[in-house]
Design a protein. Structure first.
Length: 322
């Protein structure tokens, strides 16, 4: 297969832990060719006859040397129909440029290219609000622009987590108690006096045992989670916020949640999904660029990237035989 990764600049990827790099390495070892583009290098052209999606893409050769992990060829303009698979792996922010890129990718999809995660679903599944699709698995949750409604939720539950709808890596997440002297300014900062929607969730004390990342690949549940355990004095387990990642087998409850969501998410065209589960409660459904492949593989021996490539090869074979 020829595969195009749409992601952040290659030089900024930390190869020793980056899940996209793990995917590229496994693909190359199996004989597939890997290309890379940035989101700003996608473009579309149209005429009376046709619309076409293209990219400024560069073929890359990867290695196991984390310090010098890739070599790239000169960039060239290529139609996205030159690729069997396009993997959208750009990190948030999920802004308008990201949305425009999904529309370009849809043109390729209509031309027969397999695009993952499915562009429409990237727009549909806000990673925070998606949990409201599965209310049987969540802690009390609110999404609102109304400062008074947010304040009432804090009063009702006493100990809450507030976060923006478009962040990643634990940025701008606050734990707010009803008696917190800073609660008003926190709500004002996140909410912008009614300008921005905020998610509020009842605080889950089990965060001390980790914010579990549970991966689902093509409808298959990875049997291990990465427990991201907060550092001392923190309530955020995100690795970007200093959390420690410890791979652990899924609990019965985590398996129940993942198995319940696996088929519906795959039916929606979501190939790679990262569920966040704290204390048996679903807190986020990550679909833009889920991570933790490398940490789980290194600590357990379970080849997450290999499972992904298995699924891609099966998808490609099915498409060619159709």
């Amino acid at each position: 297969m020829n595969l195009l990764f749409v992601l952040d600049p290659l030089a900024k990827l930390e190869a020793y832990k980056d899940s996209s790099v793990a995917m590229m390495r496994t693909l190359q070892k199996r004989g597939h060719e890997v290309y890379a583009s940035e989101i700003g290098e996608l473009f579309a052209v149209g005429s009376e006859a046709n619309s076409e999606a293209l990219a400024v893409a560069r073929k890359i050769v990867v290695s196991d040397d984390n310090a010098h992990w890739y070599r790239e060829e000169a960039p060239t303009k290529m139609p996205l129909t030159a690729f069997d698979v396009v993997l959208m792996r750009k990190d948030p922010p999920f802004d308008m440029e990201y949305i425009y890129a999904t529309h370009v990718l849809e043109i390729a999809e209509r031309a027969g290219v397999a695009v993952f995660n499915k562009p429409q679903r990237l727009r549909d599944f806000n990673e925070k609000m998606a949990v409201l699709r599965f209310p049987q698995f969540i802690t009390p949750t609110l999404v609102s622009r109304q400062p008074g409604i947010l304040q009432a939720f804090i009063d009702e539950h006493g100990d809450t987590i507030l976060k923006p709808l478009d962040g990643m890596g634990g940025t701008s997440i606050f734990r707010v108690r009803a008696d917190d002297p800073n609660r008003n300014v926190i709500v004002e900062t996140l909410n912008g006096f009614g300008a921005h929607s905020v998610m509020a969730q009842c605080f889950i004390p089990a965060i001390r045992d980790g914010d579990k990342r549970v991966l689902i690949i093509g409808g298959k549940v990875v049997p291990y989670a990465l427990a991201r355990i907060p550092k001392s004095g923190e309530t955020r387990g995100n690795l970007a916020a200093g959390g420690k990642g410890v791979a652990v087998p899924l609990t019965e409850r985590e398996t129940e949640i993942a198995e319940a969501l696996a088929a519906p998410l795959w039916e929606q065209g979501l190939l790679i999904v990262g569920l966040d589960v704290i204390g048996g409660f679903l807190t986020e459904v990550n679909v833009t660029s889920p991570t933790c492949f490398t940490e789980i593989a290194e600590q357990t021996g379970f080849d997450v990237a290999g499972l992904l490539v298995d699924r891609l090869e099966k998808i490609n074979l099915t498409a060619k035989n159709a």
